[in-house]
Design a protein around this ligand. Structure first.
Ligand SMILES: Cc1ncc(COP(=O)(O)O)c(C=O)c1O
Length: 408
């Protein structure tokens, strides 16, 4: 992660690579916390950009387009930087399309995904002339065709297939399994053909798309999913549709239990190689929709300890931030590491439950984490919180949203 201790203090380092650990400079996070009102997210932009470049390089010379899944983190500064870097964007609502356009993404760089697109959202997407709508049902395809006719346009679409694979990840973030609401299996194809034929002038089938799940740490299931979907891709081509894109979705995961990035960088390499090996012979543009892998490591959530409460069973560090700002632990049982912004060097670590102010027992950020002695007024940083953190935050119990600080 682009944050490291210098002496007893946690700093944001300036570069995303390992050498940064020795580099002087960077930002003292305690100083930042003392100057900030309330809990905050801090993001190291350079780390996000370095990862985007690494991911792009993993495809080598192959024609590949990265579409950042902005649901992971829609911070406008970050979006602007990724648009300048030449990435496209994957959106899942009319609101996200609006924010992507405002951040400088060209319509031709925007994909619209999601299983519940409304008439208004589809109209807006078609009128905006975005690159591609990823279609989740024949009814949606029909809706897109009508929107295209209304605005006198031809809509470029890709069919989201459900290849019925079960990646090893949390059940709430598998999306390509037969029991999930996402995508379509082969039984949908006759109906898709019928709608395509009925709306030839309004629809152009450009490709197929997959997204089998999030927080994948191995790619066997993705390989199986692509392999299972390729015959459908070829069949549509053989029927005369000019498919020239294959979208492999997002899903690359990180190791939340460690600072070690070698595993995820190897996964990025393998991802590009896999896409090249399977899709290179198809002569099409490879699209991908990475979210977490680009932004998770780059963010910390910082809160201040309000109380330390010791019961006969536990010691709780009660912060001014909690599940309303970072839902992942409550929602998925996700484990994040916790670091004090300033360590007490003399203190023996002991186990704390790091919890928030919300009136729910699911309001925890970490359980049984070893920390040097913690006292009221101390600041704690929740690590690897750059993805699905602020973007899932709410004002539950009418607490304010956290502030976001983007470094560099
Ligand atoms: C359609 C689609 N694409 C891409 C992503 C990004 O996934 P990740 O952040 O795991 O890369 C998601 C996440 O839910 C998604 O639903």
């Amino acid at each position: 992660m682009p944050f490291t201790y210098r002496g007893d203090r946690l700093f944001a380092t300036r570069k995303a690579d390992a050498n940064a650990r020795n580099e002087e400079g960077g930002r003292d996070l305690l100083e930042l916390a003392r100057g900030t009102e309330g809990p905050f997210y801090v993001y190291a932009l350079s780390d996000v950009l370095a990862r985007a470049r690494r991911l792009r390089a993993s495809f080598g010379g192959q024609s590949a387009s990265l579409h950042y899944a902005m649901k992971a983190n829609g911070n406008p500064v970050l979006l602007r930087a990724l648009a300048r870097e030449g990435l496209g964007v994957d959106t899942v609502s009319g609101g996200e399309i609006e924010e992507a356009l405002a951040a400088g993404f060209a319509p031709g760089a925007i994909i619209f995904s999601g299983a519940g697109k409304t008439v208004r959202e589809v109209d807006f997407a078609v009128r905006s002339g975005i690159k591609q709508i990823n279609v989740e049902s024949p009814q949606e395809l029909e809706r897109i065709a009508h929107a295209a006719r209304r605005s006198n346009r031809v809509a470029d679409v890709a069919f989201r297939m459900n290849p019925d694979v079960s990646p090893r990840t949390h059940p709430y973030i598998t999306t390509g399994f037969r029991e999930n609401k996402f995508g379509m299996d082969e039984s949908f194809i006759p109906e898709l053909r019928r709608v395509l034929a009925a709306h030839r002038d309004s629809l152009r089938l450009r490709g197929l798309t997959l997204h089998i799940g999030s927080q994948l740490t191995e790619l066997d299931s993705l390989e199986e999913a692509i392999t299972k979907t390729l015959p459908v891709f070829r069949a549509f081509r053989a029927e005369g549709h000019a498919l020239d894109r294959f979208d492999i979705g997002g899903g690359l995961g990180i190791d939340y239990s460690s600072d070690e990035t070698a595993g995820e960088f190897a996964l990025i390499e393998e991802y590009g190689r896999l896409a090249n090996r399977l899709l290179g012979p198809e002569d099409c543009e490879t699209l991908c929709e990475p979210g977490r892998i680009l932004v998770a490591r780059a963010g910390l959530l910082v809160g201040q300890v309000q109380y330390v409460k010791t019961t006969p069973h536990k010691t709780f560090a009660i912060l001014d931030t909690g599940m309303h700002h970072l839902l992942r632990p409550a929602l998925y049982g996700a484990r994040h590491r916790v670091f004090p912004l300033e360590k007490r060097p003399d203190a023996e670590p002991r186990a704390y439950d790091v919890v928030g102010p919300i009136c729910e027992s699911s309001d925890f950020l970490a359980k049984d984490v070893p920390l040097p002695r913690v006292e009221p007024g101390d600041y704690l940083a929740i690590a690897d919180a750059g993805a699905y953190g602020y973007s899932m935050a709410s004002r539950y119990n009418r607490h304010a949203l956290p502030i976001e600080v983007v470094l560099d």
